[in-house]
Design a binder for this molecule. Structure first.
Ligand code: ADP
Ligand code: MG
Length: 595
C-alpha cells in the first residue's frame, strides 16, 4: 500500500493477545459478541453526536451492523455505520491499552499460579477487539471517520506489529468500520450461517441496532411460462390437476439480508410479558463479569413529575474488588432518552456510591436529547429520577427481606458493608437503611438474622440500651469476658464483626429511642440494677482497695484506672476501654490502617 506505516504493538497489547489466545480458546466464540458490541458502541457514539450536530449523518444515514461470511475466501466481514476511526485513532485504539494498572494486571494473569483464574479475569477485564485473533490469523480493519478526509486500513497478523495505510479502495464506507477476519483453518465453522445466527441470538439479542446477516434462503418461484398456463387452466377447477401443477414451481437459492434481532428493548415491554430468562439474559449486557447473575430485579415505570422506565438489578455477588474501589466505581447504569443511548458514565451524582453495586437501565421520556452530557448530568429531572431509583432499590431490599429470608441473608452477606456505608453517609435514608441491617447475636449466631427492630421488640423490661460487642469474628466476640455478665442476666447482645460497624454506631443517634451500648466500655448500665447492688459494690470497692491501689501503682501509666467491677461472672479480670476511649477492636483497626 501507499503511505503504509508499520507500528509495533505496545507490549501490554502483545501480552494480552498472548493470554487471550492461550486461555480463552474454549470460549473463542465470544469474538462475535465483542465485535458486535464495539459496533454498537460506535453507533451509539455517532447517534449521540448527531443529536447536536445535524451534519454528522451526512456521510452515512444508516444505523446498522451487518455480517457477511464468504466461504471461498474464508473471511467473515462485520461492518457498522458507527462513528468510525481516524488513522490516529486506529493506531491508538487498536495498538495500545490506556487503562492504568494494565501491566500489573497482566503480570498477575501471567503467573503460573493464576492459571485457573485466567479465563474469568480476562473476561472481566474485557477482551474486546483482540478476541478477533481467537479465530483469525489476520485481521483487517477499514474505517472512515467524519474527522478524517480519508478511509484507512489497519492490518495485523497478531505477531507483534500492525500496518496502517490509506485505503487503496478509497472511501467505500461513507462512515463506519469494517472488520475482515481471515479465519484460521480450524475456525471455519464461523462461516456457517446457522452458527452465526445462533451466536448472535445468544450474545447480542439486546443490541439496540439492527444486525443483518447476508444469508441464503430458498424461495419457491413460479416459472413465468408455467404461471400463464396455470392461470388459464385454473378455470378447470380440478383438484388432482392443480396438485400436479405444484412441481412446476421451482425452488431457488436467493441471497438476502436477514434481520437477526428485534430491537424491541426489554425495558419498553410489559413486565408481564418478559420471562425470567429474558431478564437474566439482559442482565449480562449490563455486567461485564461473564459469570455474574442477578439475585433480584425490579422493572418499573416512574410517573408523575418525571416519566421514565427502568429495570434495576441487584447482583448475586459483589463485583470483584468492589470494596477496594468504592472511590472509583465502574459504571453500571445505562441512561437512554426515548431509546437513544446517552451515557453509562453518570457516576456518583446519580447513584450514591453506597448503592453503586446495583445495575440499571433507565429510559427517560422528558430529558432533552440535544444537550451535552455535562449539562444533562445537572438536569433537575435526572435528579428526580435518581431519587426514585434509590427509593425503589431500598423498597426492593425491604421486599426481599420480608418475602425470602434465605435470599436476603445472601444479599446481606454480600452487601451489608455497602448498606452500613449508606447509613453513615446518607442522613436522608439513614432510617430506612438501618431497618435493613442484620446482625448475628448471642441468640441467633447462625447467619446474620437479627434486625434492630427484632432486637428492640424483645428487649427486657427496663432495658434502655441496645447491647453490642465488636470483634473480628463471632468466635472472638464469644470469648470476650464482657459477654458473660450480660448473658447471665439474660440480655441479648448484637455481634458486630465488620470494621465499619463502630463508625456506623458513631453516626447513629440510636434506634427507636434506644441508645447503643458497647459492652466493652466502662460504666455499662444494664437498666435493671437495684439499690442493693450499688451498696454491695461500694463495700467491695473498699474491701479491695489495697489490691486495686497496688495494681494501679504497678501498672502505672499503662492503665487509667483499676476498679472492682460487676460485669464479670467467671473471669477474674478484664481490660476495658473507657466510655470515650477506643476499644481494642478499633485500636487494631487503626493500627492496620496505619501499617
Ligand atoms: P472497549 O470496547 O472495552 O473499549 P475494545 O478492545 O473492544 O475495548 O476496543 C478498543 C477501542 O477500539 C474501542 O474503545 C473503540 O475506541 C475502538 N473500536 C473498536 N471497534 C470499533 C468500531 N467498530 N468502531 C469504532 N471504534 C472501534
Ligand atoms: Mg469492546
Amino acid at each position: 500500500y501507499a503511505s503504509e506505516k508499520h507500528v509495533v504493538f505496545q507490549t501490554e497489547v502483545s501480552r494480552l493477545m498472548n493470554l487471550i489466545i492461550n486461555s480463552l480458546y474454549k470460549t473463542r466464540e465470544i469474538f462475535l459478541r465483542e465485535l458486535i458490541s464495539n459496533a454498537s458502541d460506535a453507533l451509539d457514539k455517532i447517534r449521540f453526536m448527531s443529536l447536536t450536530d445535524s451534519n454528522a449523518l451526512a456521510s452515512n444515514g444508516h444505523f446498522n451492523i451487518s455480517i457477511v461470511a464468504d466461504k471461498p475466501s474464508k473471511t467473515l466481514v462485520i461492518t457498522d455505520s458507527g462513528v468510525g476511526m481516524t488513522a490516529e485513532q486506529l493506531r491508538a485504539n487498536l495498538g495500545t491499552i490506556a487503562k492504568s494498572g494494565t501491566s500489573e494486571f497482566l503480570s498477575h494473569l501471567e503467573s503460573e499460579k493464576n492459571k485457573g483464574e485466567q479465563m474469568n479475569l480476562i473476561g472481566q477485564f474485557g477482551v474486546g477487539f483482540y478476541s478477533a485473533f481467537l479465530v483469525a490469523d489476520k485481521v483487517t480493519v477499514a474505517s472512515k471517520s467524519n474527522d478524517d478526509p480519508d478511509q484507512h486500513v489497519w492490518i495485523s497478523e497478531a505477531v507483534d506489529d500492525f500496518v496502517i495505510a490509506k485505503d487503496p479502495r478509497g472511501n467505500t464506507l461513507g462512515r463506519g468500520t469494517q472488520i475482515t477476519l481471515h479465519l484460521k483453518d480450524d475456525a471455519l465453522e464461523y462461516l456457517e450461517e446457522e452458527n452465526l445466527k445462533a451466536l448472535t441470538k445468544k450474545y447480542s439479542e439486546f443490541i439496540n441496532f439492527p444486525i443483518y446477516l447476508w444469508s441464503t434462503n430458498f424461495k419457491w418461484v413460479e416459472n413465468k411460462s408455467d404461471a400463464a398456463e396455470i392461470s388459464e387452466e385454473a378455470n378447470v377447477k380440478d383438484d388432482t390437476e392443480a396438485a400436479e401443477k405444484e412441481p412446476k414451481r421451482e425452488k431457488v437459492e436467493v441471497k438476502e439480508w436477514e434481520l437477526l434481532n428485534t430491537q424491541n428493548p426489554i425495558w419498553t415491554r410489559d413486565p408481564k410479558e418478559v420471562t425470567e430468562n429474558e431478564y437474566m439474559d439482559f442482565y449480562k449486557t449490563l455486567d461485564k463479569e461473564p459469570e455474574a447473575k442477578p439475585i433480584i430485579w425490579s422493572h418499573f415505570k416512574g410517573e408523575g413529575d418525571v416519566d421514565f422506565k427502568a429495570i434495576i438489578y441487584v447482583p448475586e455477588r459483589a463485583p470483584r474488588n468492589y470494596y477496594h474501589q468504592l472511590q472509583d466505581i465502574p459504571h453500571r447504569i445505562k441512561l437512554f432518552v426515548r431509546r437513544v443511548f446517552i451515557t453509562d458514565e453518570l457516576g456518583a451524582d446519580f447513584i450514591p456510591r453506597w448503592l453503586s453495586f446495583i445495575s440499571a437501565v433507565v429510559d427517560a421520556d422528558d430529558l432533552p436529547l440535544n444537550v451535552s452530557r455535562e449539562t444533562l448530568q445537572k438536569h433537575k429531572l435526572l435528579n428526580l429520577i435518581s431519587k426514585r431509583i434509590v427509593k425503589k432499590a431500598l423498597d426492593l431490599f425491604a421486599h426481599m427481606a420480608k418475602t425470602d429470608e434465605e435470599k436476603y441473608a445472601k444479599f446481606i452477606r454480600e452487601f451489608s458493608m455497602s448498606l452500613k456505608l449508606g447509613a453513615i453517609e446518607s442522613s436522608q435514608y439513614r432510617k430506612k437503611i438501618t431497618q435493613l441491617l442484620r446482625y448475628p447475636s448471642s441468640l441467633e449466631k447462625e447467619g446474620s438474622r437479627v434486625s434492630l427492630d427484632a432486637y428492640v421488640s424483645r428487649m427486657k423490661s427496663g432495658q434502655n440500651s441496645i447491647f453490642y460487642s465488636t470483634g473480628t469474628s463471632v468466635e472472638e466476640i464469644e470469648q470476650s469476658p464482657f459477654l458473660e455478665r450480660l448473658l447471665a442476666r439474660g440480655y441479648e447482645v448484637l455481634y458486630m464483626t465488620e470494621p465499619i460497624d463502630e463508625m456506623l454506631i458513631q453516626a447513629l443517634p440510636g434506634y427507636n429511642g434506644k441508645a447503643f451500648a458497647n459492652i466493652a466500655k466502662g460504666d455499662l448500665k444494664f437498666g435493671d440494677e437495684d439499690e442493693s447492688e450499688g451498696e454491695t459494690l461500694k463495700k467491695l470497692n473498699e474491701q479491695y482497695q489495697p489490691l486495686t491501689d497496688w495494681l494501679k501503682n504497678t501498672l502505672d501509666e499503662h492503665v487509667e484506672k483499676v476498679a472492682v467491677s460487676k460485669r464479670l461472672t467467671t473471669s477474674p479480670m478484664a481490660i476495658v476501654a473507657s466510655a470515650f476511649g477506643w476499644t481494642g477492636h478499633t485500636e487494631r483497626l487503626m493500627q492496620a490502617q496505619a501499617a
